[in-house]
Design a protein around this ligand. Sequence first.
Ligand code: AMP
Length: 108
Amino acid sequence: MCIFCKIIDGEIPNKTVLENDNFLAFEDINPSAPIHVLIIPKVHIQSFNEMTPNIMADMTSFIQEVALTVGAKSDGYRLITNIGENGGQGVSHIHFHLLAGEKLGKLI
Ligand code: AMP
């Protein structure tokens, strides 16, 4: 079982930011910004390549709710999903990084 599935099952503790039946948002253990939240579907999906439009639609609403919950919706934030080896994906369970809490350096 992957590490994020273990977090969903409660085998590994997490600092939950927001949760519903289908998604979980929790603090990244090694934050890259003052606010760094990981947002995952509870169903195991390897990466963005395997996402379906239906799950993505529901996840969009959930991510917006997370942004509001952490107080980042109006000031702005960054969403990142790393995909596969060249994309730098370390955990093979799709996750969006929500980074916020300061003016983030430009990536591109
Ligand atoms: P990525 O490199 O895009 O796959 O991101 C994986 C992220 O998971 C990294 O930012 C890690 O810091 C984070 N991470 C790994 N294990 C845990 C954990 N047990 N709790 C919270 N975040 C974790």
